[in-house]
Design a binder for this molecule. Structure first.
Ligand SMILES: Nc1nc2c(c(=O)[nH]1)N[C@H]1C(S)=C(S)[C@@H](COP(=O)(O)OP(=O)(O)OC[C@H]3O[C@@H](n4cnc5c(=O)[nH]c(N)nc54)[C@H](O)[C@@H]3O)O[C@H]1N2
Ligand SMILES: Nc1nc2c(c(=O)[nH]1)N[C@H]1C(S)=C(S)[C@@H](COP(=O)(O)OP(=O)(O)OC[C@H]3O[C@@H](n4cnc5c(=O)[nH]c(N)nc54)[C@H](O)[C@@H]3O)O[C@H]1N2
Ligand SMILES: [Mo]
Length: 592
């Protein structure tokens, strides 16, 4: 195989479906992936393994019916403002909110328990909490007996993770771990929300396994006000994943290795078989380019020249390609490497459906015409398929949606005509059912309907601080910018509000470095160096620096570690060893 494709979580369900179909039908293999690999891939791996489905078990609105909720490794006030409104309301009416994050995130102000623990120690902390639940017999015996498997092994595994032993590792006192365990386990209804702080580690799948086990042992799944909710990121990352933009799965997470699954699709496509082997993932594709195993790429609505870990390595790969097609709404850093750039239309300029974090399918319609020669993504992909000799004749996204339904049971009872009138949540049990906000009340889509406890061991981050690189680099987001800045740095108001690349450090750290807030620092890791303006923020611990990845002039991903979680294949964006020094003074340019 010589070709690979990155699809987009910013495009519609129909466009995602067509993109994976193009790679599979047109090139005969499964080298198609998208930003979910950098996002919730590890959460999805753990959810599929242990509850049999990768989507949320309850909508975030269900917090209205909860009395306790954990928000871990997420900064919803900046990154999920709509969900954050529900979380704040919940706290205001007396709900117990437990916020766990190595940084003092904004939601902390609303929390009953604030656990500002050591980064990378989630498994230690969560196992200690579960240890208390076992020791104090706070678990839900009836639920465990009725709906789960592997409990005895889990119980035995947890025995050594006492709060006293884990406290020095995670930096949270044993008494606090006990109090959190009691509050969560004894609540009538509890929910767990999580974000990138859980998923973007080499032990991201283990982190998620712990959260799933915690919900299962307390019976906080499948009832009103209970559930597991990995907060999704891109507007359509749920839909793009469901539509099969994944190298191991066809639409609805049906494995590519399964002959019956492949033939169900090729029957609809009217074509021959394609590879029964899993394709390469995002970071693996970049490596394969360096090894000359991939020579051409089609990149739709992604900006890997900014968003991939160890981005100089990724940029070298893009430069090495014999042929690169980039289809985007802007001229991105990735487009700089392209042989062909296909200008496409943005969300308000096109027709299509999307599926949000709540599994809610919604239709979008054009509000404005696309500029210049820009065209809808599905039209461009369809034209490319025809030039490849495929017999594609779509004239409207509704035809694509109808085709998707043939092999996607998640869309049962959901039709284009319904969506034209109203949004529908899947699963929808009848043509009238608006959809189920909570799933798995009567069992799980696994063998014998049981969910599984998978014990997780403590694994250190791939790179730990040492004498050369003594500090910890965390990367993530800030309110004003979206990811790689390709859109928001072109938005006049947002760029005005946050125009300059910035890193946050504890004020004590800045004093120790002799750097005044607003001055420039230099951050180095084993991958590279950036210079960036420093801000003081007590939310960050003294041995940490936080860098958002939106700024091309100080790209955080020049620094990040590409080591992968073995199950989810997600890189460790959330932990690198780094060295921070004052930036050497710039040459004074004689402007006069
Ligand atoms: N404004 C804005 N909103 C966005 C986006 C954007 O770019 N800008 N992107 C969207 C997308 S695609 C996504 S995926 C979401 C992401 O939304 P979030 O998950 O909220 O994203 P992050 O800011 O990357 O990281 C969340 C938190 O993880 C914490 N963290 C770091 N290390 C650890 C650790 O070891 N353990 C734990 N438990 N936590 C840790 C960080 O301190 C940080 O507060 O946001 C979406 N919303
Ligand atoms: N260091 C670090 N790196 C990270 C992360 C982190 O926390 N830290 N988080 C990771 C995560 S969770 C994610 S999701 C990724 C995101 O990584 P990317 O998806 O690469 O980042 P975006 O900037 O959102 O890129 C989306 C692109 O789609 C284009 N676009 C928007 N709408 C349309 C459309 O309708 N059609 C087309 N064709 N294009 C469109 C935009 O112009 C933009 O260039 O980054 C990952 N990288
Ligand atoms: Mo994401």
């Amino acid at each position: 195989t010589l070709v690979a494709g990155f699809g987009s979580a910013k495009c519609s369900n129909e466009e995602a479906y067509l993109f994976q179909k193009l790679i599979r039908q047109g090139f005969g293999h499964n080298n198609v992936d998208h930003c979910t690999r950098l996002c919730h891939a590890s959460s999805v791996a753990a959810l599929l393994e242990n509850v049999g489905s990768g989507a949320v078990t309850a909508t975030f609105n269900e917090i209205e019916h909860a009395d306790v909720a954990i928000v871990i490794g997420a900064n919803p006030i900046e990154n999920h403002p709509v969900a954050a409104t529900y979380f704040k309301q919940f706290a205001k009416r007396g709900g117990k909110l437990i916020v766990m994050d190595p940084r003092g995130v904004g939601l902390k102000r609303y929390a009953t328990h604030r656990l500002q623990f050591r980064p990378g120690t989630d498994v230690a902390m969560l196992n200690a909490i579960m240890n208390v639940i076992v020791e104090e017999r706070l678990y839900d015996e009836q639920y465990i007996a009725g709906f789960t498997e592997n409990w005895e092994a889990m119980k035995a595994h947890l025995a050594e993770f006492t709060p006293e032993r884990m406290a020095p590792l995670c930096g949270i006192e044993a008494a606090v771990l006990r109090a959190v365990a009691r509050d969560f386990a004894t609540a009538r209804a509890g929910m767990i929300f999580w974000g990138m702080g859980i998923s973007q580690h080499i032990h991201g799948t283990d982190n998620s396994r712990c959260l799933i086990s915690l919900a299962l042992m307390t019976g906080h799944v499948g009832r009103p006000g209970t559930g597991l909710h990995p907060l999704r990121g891109q507007n359509n990352v749920q839909g793009a994943s469901d539509a099969g933009l994944i190298p191991m799965f066809l639409p609805d997470y049906q494995p590519v290795e399964d002959d019956g699954v492949r033939s169900a699709f090729t029957a609809v496509w009217g074509s021959g078989d394609f590879s029964n082997k899993r394709g390469l993932t995002v970071v693996e594709i970049m490596d394969a380019i360096h090894d000359d195993k991939i020579r051409g790429m089609y990149i739709l609505g992604e900006n890997p020249a900014m968003s991939d870990p160890d981005v100089e390595h990724a940029r070298d790969a893009l430069a090495r390609l014999e042929f690169l097609v980039v289809q985007d709404i802007f001229l991105t850093e990735t487009a700089n490497y392209a042989d062909v750039i296909l200008p496409s239309s943005a969300w308000p300029e096109k027709t299509g459906t999307v599926t949000n974090t709540n599994r809610q399918v919604q239709m979008g319609r054009p509000a404005v015409p696309p500029p210049g020669e820009a065209r809808e993504d599905w039209r461009i992909t369809t034209d490319l398929a025809r030039r490849l000799g495929l017999d594609w004749r779509y004239t409207h996204p509704r035809e694509v949606f109808a085709e998707m339904k043939l092999n996607m049971p998640s869309f049962d009872n959901i039709t284009w005509e319904r969506l034209e009138k109203t949004a529908v949540t899947y699963p929808s049990l009848s043509p009238e059912d608006p959809g189920q906000p909570i799933v798995f009340g009567d069992g799980f889509p696994r063998k014998e309907g049981r969910a599984r406890f998978t014990p997780a061991k403590v694994t250190a981050p791939a790179e730990t601080p040492d004498a050369d690189y003594p500090m910890i680099l965390l990367t993530g987001r800030q309110l004003e910018h979206w990811h790689t800045g390709s859109m928001t740095r072109r938005a006049a108001v947002l760029d005005w509000a946050e125009p300059e690349a910035n890193a946050t450090l504890n004020p004590k750290t800045l004093r120790r470095l002799g750097v005044a807030p607003g001055a420039m620092i230099r951050i180095a890791t084993r991958r590279g160096v950036i210079e960036i303006m420093a801000r003081a923020d007590r939310a960050v611990a003294e041995d940490m620096v936080f860098v958002p990845f939106a700024y091309v002039e100080a790209a955080a991903n020049i620094l990040t570690n590409p080591q992968l979680d073995p199950f989810g294949k997600i890189p460790e964006f959330k932990f690198s060893a780094c060295r921070v020094t004052p930036a050497p003074p710039r040459e004074v340019v004689a402007a006069e």
